[in-house]
Design a protein around this ligand. Structure first.
Ligand SMILES: CC(C)(COP(=O)(O)OP(=O)(O)OC[C@H]1O[C@@H](n2cnc3c(N)ncnc32)[C@H](O)[C@@H]1O)[C@@H](O)C(=O)NCCC(=O)NCCS
Ligand SMILES: Nc1ncnc2c1ncn2[C@@H]1O[C@H](COP(=O)(O)OP(=O)(O)OP(=O)(O)O)[C@@H](O)[C@H]1O
Length: 202
C-alpha cells in the first residue's frame, strides 16, 4: 500500500528545498507548480480559456503566456486570481491524480504531493498526512525578494494572497521549520518520515 503525503507551505517557504531532499532519498514527488505550468502551455484547454478571459495582452511574442505579467495581475486582484484558479486548478488536480495512480501502480511506498495551496484549495482529501514547511515571515519575505528579484511591495502582495503560514501550522500533521540551514531542515525531514514508520535512504 502506498502512503500519499501532502507537502505544503507558503510562497518561498522552502517546499522545493524539501522536495529536493526527498528526491535525493528516491521518493517520488508530484509537483503542483510543475503541473500548473504544463496545464497552461499553448494548445492546452486552460491556455485557450486564459487568453479568452485575460486577453492577448498577457501573451509573449512567441504566444506563450507571460507569467510575469499574469502574476502581476492576479497577485494584486483577488477576483482575477479566483478566475485564474477556477481555470487552472481543475486541470492541475486531474494531472496530479493521473500521476498518483501511476505511482500506485508502480507500488511506490511513499508518494509526495507538493501543493502550495493544499489548505486554501481544500485539497487535503487527496492525501493521508500533511507536512508544512514553515519559515518566519521576515525570512520568507527576504528569500522571496532575492529569489524572484521582487520589490518589497510585490513580494508582500504574493505572501498576502495566501493563508498565513502561522495559520497553516495548526492544520498540518507535521511542521518543518526552515528558518535555519538546509542541513537542519534535512534532519527534521528524516525525523518526520521515520516517526511515521517510513525508512529513509541517505
Ligand atoms: C500566476 C502565475 C502565472 C505566476 O507564475 P510564476 O512562474 O511567476 O510563479 P510559479 O507558478 O512558479 O508560482 C510560484 C508560487 O506562487 C504561489 N502562487 C501561484 N499561484 C497562486 C495563486 N493562484 N494563489 C496564491 N499563490 C499562488 C505559489 O506559492 C507558487 O509556489 C502562476 O503561478 C499561475 O499560473 N498560477 C495559477 C495556478 C496556481 O494556483 N498555481 C499554484 C499551485 S496549483
Ligand atoms: N534553509 C535555507 N537556507 C537558506 N536559503 C534557503 C533555505 N531554504 C530555501 N532557501 C532559499 O529560499 C528560496 C525559496 O525556497 P524554495 O524555492 O525551496 O521555496 P518554495 O516553497 O518551493 O517556493 P515557491 O512556492 O514560491 O516555489 C530559494 O531561493 C531557496 O534557495
Amino acid at each position: 500500500m502506498s502512503q500519499v503525503i501532502g507537502l505544503t507551505g507558503g510562497i518561498a517557504s522552502g517546499k522545493s528545498t524539501v522536495s529536493n531532499i526527498l528526491k535525493e532519498m528516491n521518493i517520488t514527488i508530484i509537483d503542483a507548480d510543475v503541473e500548473a505550468r504544463l496545464a497552461v502551455e499553448k494548445g492546452e484547454p486552460a491556455y485557450q480559456k486564459i487568453v479568452a478571459e485575460f486577453g492577448n495582452d498577457i501573451l509573449l511574442t512567441n504566444e506563450e503566456i507571460d507569467r510575469v505579467k499574469l502574476g502581476s495581475i492576479i497577485f494584486h486582484n483577488a477576483e482575477k486570481r479566483q478566475l485564474l484558479n477556477s481555470i487552472v486548478h481543475p486541470e492541475v488536480r486531474k494531472r496530479m491524480n493521473n500521476q498518483v495512480e501511476a505511482a500506485k501502480e508502480r507500488e511506490e511506498q511513499v508518494i509526495i504531493l507538493d501543493i502550495p495551496l493544499l489548505f486554501e484549495s481544500k485539497l487535503t482529501h487527496m492525501v493521508e498526512k500533511t507536512i508544512l514547511v514553515y519559515v518566519d515571515r521576515d525570512i520568507q519575505l527576504k528569500r522571496l525578494m532575492e529569489r524572484n528579484d521582487l520589490s518589497l511591495e510585490e513580494a508582500e502582495a504574493r505572501i498576502k494572497s495566501q493563508m498565513p503560514l502561522s495559520e497553516k501550522v495548526a492544520l498540518a500533521d507535521a511542521v518543518i521549520n526552515n528558518n535555519g540551514s538546509i542541513a537542519e531542515t534535512k534532519k527534521q525531514v528524516i525525523e518526520v518520515l521515520n516517526g511515521w514508520g517510513i525508512t529513509t535512504q541517505e
